[in-house]
Design a protein around this ligand. Structure first.
Ligand SMILES: NC(=O)c1ccc[n+]([C@@H]2O[C@H](COP(=O)([O-])OP(=O)(O)OC[C@H]3O[C@@H](n4cnc5c(N)ncnc54)[C@H](O)[C@@H]3O)[C@@H](O)[C@H]2O)c1
Length: 344
């Protein structure tokens, strides 16, 4: 079985590890500066632990590398892995800098190896069903993607860098809500509806200069709009299960209204899908196991390794998301319509 190495054994890897296990992945090595994290995950899989990334990459048993280090290290770690001839699964966002993103696209194209970005919502059962339904209920008249996160700790510009994790330091994370969370929604939009033609919107920044309130309209080639509304809100009981996270994709099509709700940040509670279809008396409500988005992305990765072909979010998808983020960061209240014909 193909050997997989994991670099960065922190918080998110609880889900990545479960997803990899479900998909039948063979983890042979871990790497982490934090020995406790790295060794603990290595022990779980009977894998070898490395502190040094170069030594880890030199292990010939490792054919593919999962990169789950902080965002600002993605480019450096991913480029090294690609140059070492490894296939790569890189957590989102692909990089924290648009120039690095393009460099990575070129590097992956030169080396011709599989590169997948960790936008797992493509494999979210409810969102996946929306995409598969669209062909039979169209044409699409309009769509909305909403993402609200409730927190009483909206950054106010007074982050104590000595206590903050890299997540809340923009130089390390790449930005605010747009980068951390809304990047998932942007990938979902590209996956579900395709590449938009134009953008109009407004992104409001907090005192620290990070995005927290995002309103935008994307014009699709067919003539309908996708409205993206995403914000950190100071509201309790957000989400249909009253967790702090609400995520909705709603499509109004000629013959159906389809609405999918993810229920919390990690989507670990059952997502809910409702379909009201022309000619059907009752609406269909479907709930499925949410863990399948993590196993789904690793099933795709392992299949991709066998075929050397990306079956998830590709390096180009990752770059397009980064291009849109880079553009959206400039949106102000008096923004004119922006042509998106520069999207890769
Ligand atoms: N897909 C998702 O929904 C999702 C959710 C959360 C986080 N993420 C992404 O996962 C990645 C990790 O996030 P996290 O929350 O687990 O962070 P974390 O800080 O909990 O874990 C990062 C790990 O990387 C290790 N590390 C740091 N520098 C290193 C280096 N130079 N060499 C080796 N190891 C090093 C740290 O010791 C730590 O164990 C980020 O890219 C983040 O954006 C994705």
């Amino acid at each position: 079985m193909r050997g997989i190495g994991l670099v960065g054994c922190g918080y998110i890897t609880t889900l990545l590890r479960q997803g990899l296990r479900d998909a039948g992945g063979n983890l042979v090595a871990t790497c982490d500066l934090n020995e406790e994290n790295g060794k603990q995950v290595a022990a779980e899989f009977g894998a070898k632990y490395y502190k040094d990334y170069d030594e880890f990459l030199a292990n010939k048993e490792i054919e593919a590398v999962i990169i789950a280090v902080p965002n600002y290290l993605h480019f450096q770690f991913a480029s090294k892995a690609v140059e070492a001839g490894k296939m790569v699964f890189c957590e989102k966002p692909m990089t924290t800098n648009i120039n690095d993103s393009l460099e990575l696209v070129k590097l992956v194209q030169t080396h011709g190896k599989l590169f997948q970005v960790g936008y797992m919502k493509r494999f979210h059962p409810a969102f996946g069903q929306i995409k598969s339904k669209l062909a039979s209920v169209g044409p699409i008249l309009g769509a909305t993607i909403k993402l609200f996160m409730a927190t009483s700790a909206r950054p106010d510009g007074k982050v104590d860098a000595s206590k903050a994790t890299w997540h809340s330091i923009p130089e390390k994370s790449g930005g605010g809500f747009l980068v951390h969370s809304a990047s998932h929604s942007l990938d979902l939009m590209l996956y579900t509806f395709g590449i938009p033609k134009q953008l109009w919107g407004n992104v409001i920044l907090d005192k620290a200069g990070n995005e927290y309130n995002i309103n935008s309209f994307f014009l699709m080639p067919e003539g309908y709009f996708v409205h993206l509304q995403m914000a950190i809100v100071l509201v309790p009981r957000v989400g249909y299960q009253n967790t702090f996270w609400e995520e909705t994709v709603e499509v109004i099509a000629d013959k159906a209204i389809i609405r999918a709700e993810g229920s919390d940040w990690q989507g670990m509670l059952a997502p809910r899908l409702s379909i009201r279809e022309h000619g059907k008396e009752t609406s269909e409500i479907i709930q499925e196991n949410a863990m399948s988005q993590w196993s789904g992305e690793f099933n795709a990765f392992l299949d991709g390794i066998a075929k050397n072909q990306c079956l998830g979010s590709s390096v180009i998808d990752g770059y397009r998301v980064d291009q849109i983020i880079d553009t959206m960061k400039t949106l102000t209240a008096d923004q004119k319509i922006i042509d998106l014909n520069f999207l890769y």
